[in-house]
Ligand binder design. Sequence first.
Ligand SMILES: C[S@@+](CC[C@H](N)C(=O)[O-])C[C@H]1O[C@@H](n2cnc3c(N)ncnc32)[C@H](O)[C@@H]1O
Length: 346
Amino acid sequence: MEGIGECVMRASLASLSARVRAASIHPARGVGVRVCSTARRPTSRATAADDEPPASSSPAADRVSSGEGARSWERFYRTHVGKGADPSAKPIRAFKDRHYLRREFAELMPQSIRDDPKAHTPPLDPSALPPPDVDSPDHKVVLELGCGVGNSAFPMMRANPDMFVHACDCSETAIANLRASPEFDPRRCDAFVADLAAGDSPLAEKIGDGTCDAVTGVFFFSALDSRTFGHVAAECWRVLKPGGSVLFRDYGLDDVKNAEGTKGATRGETRGAEFEPGRQIEDATYVRSDGTLAVFLDEARVEGVFREVGLEGECRRVTHEVVNRKLDVRITRSFVQGRFEKKAAA
Ligand SMILES: C[S@@+](CC[C@H](N)C(=O)[O-])C[C@H]1O[C@@H](n2cnc3c(N)ncnc32)[C@H](O)[C@@H]1O
């Protein structure tokens, strides 16, 4: 993970009407995409439909579909808040605020920030700020997947106070912490718990079809196995307005942590390297010591997943130098960043 997360690396019926809504016609498949139905995919928490192919079983898919992935993230945040502590009592600083998103996700920003991405943006003060102006050209409705405690959502809202963010995460503790922030303003953010890997689509009840200008996922898709990734991509297509886009940033396949893990290590082995990503369970897929999953993403594969659901775009490689003064090491991290658009019907 980036920043403080480095240490973590060491130590990732909805209602019938909602079902019908979510079964919108999908351009890539030409049939209803049942993104919100329990029939979406067989898991231990959901019943498989007769017409659904059997779940591909893999160590990563088993972890995610059994709910172990979500439970691990909840444990991760509980550890950060401290045993028995009230998640609203103090901010969880698991990750650094991702200020660079105002530059990298510039299309969500007002012109003033696009012109000067480094402009000072004060913390949000709900008592002093007017509600977001829904008539402003800067008004954007964003779904932030795997929002954690808001290290991406708050910097985006600070830079664009006319933004509204639906922020979801599988960890109750993370959401409680986000909501307890003095910057949290229910007029510009709806934060809720949802396991996006669960058989039901929790988003179907919360987010209508074609209502979002963008879906963001920052170091989120790497927590999913490939099959879940495909289902979440279809859900992105459902919630996006025509012309809206998925914007994401995540671990790249050639990131040093993946290289460290594969170099000389055999599957299932844990290496002693300082920057090891964890125990390798599949190609480019690791379970960290805290049980969270880290999948290093291949650009071509990511493009294929989004294309499959009808989202058009591409990924690019982004590198970032990280200095760990304590360990006296300098490493170059490699990330994939992408933009995938739901094209307006011709
Ligand atoms: C590396 S953190 C990134 C947090 C945040 N996006 C940020 O920018 O700091 C990954 C997040 O994805 C969430 N997550 C992982 N699997 C999830 C799932 N199946 N459903 C919803 N959230 C999930 C985790 O709880 C965690 O908060």
